[in-house]
Design a protein around this ligand. Structure first.
Ligand SMILES: NC(=O)c1ccc[n+]([C@@H]2O[C@H](COP(=O)([O-])OP(=O)(O)OC[C@H]3O[C@@H](n4cnc5c(N)ncnc54)[C@H](OP(=O)(O)O)[C@@H]3O)[C@@H](O)[C@H]2O)c1
Length: 332
């Protein structure tokens, strides 16, 4: 496993990290969750990503139990705040009240005294940015959070936060967590150039497009049994990509992966890691074999000719519009 700096900070993260959205506390049983975490640790992953909202807070509990007994200094634990964790108007968003209550809940469920990275899961249009950033800064001073970042913020929102942090002397954001894959490249035009200039990294989610880039979803055929597309929680998120044109183009990537001696999942993870602004690709898994397959992408170099072939095969199904990075206008 290779390691990269998180933004301009001194923190190193494993370039492949393990995340538990959709899976822990929901799609997979606790035993499978524990085995996936164990496989991740055995393969050299040290960085784990979760969120208060995953599986209605159960995912953090599952991860906390799975990591129990592992030397804390050998792990980087990331979590997030914004999406609702309860029914009340203050159980969501980035107010001082919700952030403070949410981080305490996360620390309790994860069974740790601090998280390495605390991320604003979306931009909150209903809280002054100063309030959110001051609260984050207070958590850093209190030692409950070591670094702060955001997720799915656009370039303008990140720039606003950096300006306030610099004016007020608050801790600066070190990372953004966007969706990024061969199929979804919306960060490349604006977020990545700003981040490079300002010292933020991307920690990218769904690098294999939730399983689509493994090539296991075949055009014109029902999804394989037990896959995310058949899961009540996961099915909604993946359905956008399950159309015959996109799935046919993905099948046409198979010879490229085969020529390189890579699995399709490895090619997809390696592709995001070619971007030097990416500090880590967060992989999800329902089975330990998937973790063991996907981690082999660490250290793989893809040359310009391979990248061009991939672009030619995928053609118009690649999404590049920076306006596709959106946070809800009103809190959910
Ligand atoms: N910040 C955000 O808003 C946000 C949003 C989403 C995700 N995330 C983070 O990113 C993490 C990863 O997201 P993701 O789970 O969508 O990532 P992903 O790695 O693109 O997809 C993972 C899923 O693909 C399938 N898969 C993985 N490896 C495979 C293999 N070798 N062969 C066949 N199938 C394979 C598995 O699902 P099946 O076995 O069920 O098919 C697995 O659960 C999340 O856990 C979370 O930490 C963040």
């Amino acid at each position: 496993m290779e390691f990269r700096h998180l933004g301009r900070s001194g923190l190193m993260v494993s370039e492949i990290s393990y995340g538990n959205w959709i899976t822990h506390g929901s799609q997979v049983e606790e035993d499978a969750a524990r085995e996936c975490v164990r496989a991740a640790l055995d393969e050299g992953i040290t960085t784990f990503d979760t969120a208060d909202v995953y599986a209605g807070t159960k995912a953090e509990e599952v991860l906390g139990r799975a990591l129990k007994g592992v030397r804390r200094e050998s792990l980087e634990i990331f979590t997030k705040v914004y999406w609702p964790t309860g029914a009340g108007p203050n159980d969501r968003g980035l107010s001082r009240k919700h952030i403070t209550e949410s981080v305490h809940g996360s620390l309790r469920r994860l069974q740790t005294d601090y998280v390495d990275l605390y991320q604003a899961h979306r931009f909150d249009n209903e809280t002054p940015l100063e309030e959110t950033l001051k609260t984050f800064d207070d958590l850093v001073r209190q030692g409950k959070v070591l670094y702060v970042g955001v997720s799915e913020w656009n370039a303008d929102q990140i720039a606003q936060a950096l300006k306030i942090a610099d004016e007020m002397g608050f801790d600066r954001l070190v990372s953004n967590q966007p969706q990024y894959s061969m199929l979804w490249r919306v960060i490349e035009a604006e977020v990545v150039p700003l981040s490079e200039k300002e010292g933020l990294s991307q920690i990218v989610w769904s690098p294999i497009a939730q399983g689509v880039l493994t090539g296991k979803y075949l055009p014109g055929q029902p999804p394989p049994a037990g896959s995310r597309a058949t899961d009540p929680a996961g099915g909604n998120f993946i359905s956008r990509m399950l159309n015959d044109d996109l799935l046919t183009r993905v099948q046409n990537l198979k010879p490229i992966a085969a020529d390189l001696g890579l699995s399709m999942a490895q090619l997809a993870v390696a592709w995001v890691l070619q971007n030097p602004n990416v500090a880590s690709a967060i992989i999800g898994a329902t089975k330990p074999e998937q973790v063991r397959d996907n981690v082999k992408a660490s250290g793989v170099k893809l040359d310009a000719e391979v990248l061009k072939k991939i672009d030619d095969v995928l053609g118009p199904v690649v999404e590049r519009d920076p306006a596709k990075t959106v946070s809800p206008e009103k809190r959910p």
